[in-house]
Design a protein around this ligand. Structure first.
Ligand code: ZN
Length: 176
């Protein structure tokens, strides 16, 4: 059986068959991510699904996946602005649970499929992994030089102020 991430990648590309969409729904259910689209895809017979059904269900079943990709692009803007090499990727962990990965490191928790704030979730994971990889606090407050953490869409300084929106850190001299 293909992993959730393999299936989501294929379905999000927009050319998946009804079988693949149903397989994705099964993979989501196995990961414990239930929802109306998961139930509908699993309960209806594959042959009954029209092209429009496949497109609609495929869109709903890849909502979380597409939100994570978009969130990763936002966080990678901050990585580039501050000179962090490389980018983020999604990796199937153990039972196929999607986690954010950077270099050889994998986030210590699984992404929430119906998470309200994927940008903060991905930034939080990236913050840990980049700091461990670079052996230094990342990112740091442009004003105080202290480590920042991700909170409700912002990078928040240890002094308690929001230093920048996630994705909006000012470029550091020498960074791309
Ligand atoms: Zn500060």
């Amino acid at each position: 059986m293909r992993s959730y991430l393999e299936l989501a990648r294929e379905v999000a590309a927009g050319e998946a068959s009804a079988e693949t969409v149903v397989e994705l729904a099964c993979a989501l259910a196995e990961l414990g991510w239930d929802g109306p689209a998961v139930r509908e895809a699993m309960e209806r017979r594959t042959a009954e699904l029209s092209a429009a059904d496949v497109e609609r269900l495929g869109g709903e079943l890849t909502g979380g996946y597409r939100a994570w990709l978009a969130a990763m692009e936002v966080v990678e803007r901050d990585m580039r602005a501050t000179g962090v090499p490389g980018g983020l990727r999604l990796k199937a962990f153990e039972d196929g649970e999607p986690r954010v990965a950077y270099g050889d490191r994998t986030a210590s928790w699984t992404l929430a499929f119906h998470g309200a704030d994927p940008v903060t979730e991905v930034a939080d994971a990236a913050q840990d992994m980049v700091a461990e990889e670079l052996w230094t606090a990342w990112p740091v407050c442009p004003e105080h030089g202290l480590g920042l953490h991700a909170e409700r869409g912002s990078w928040v300084c240890r002094r308690g102020h929001a230093a920048a929106p996630i994705g909006g850190l000012p470029a550091v001299e020498g960074a791309v």
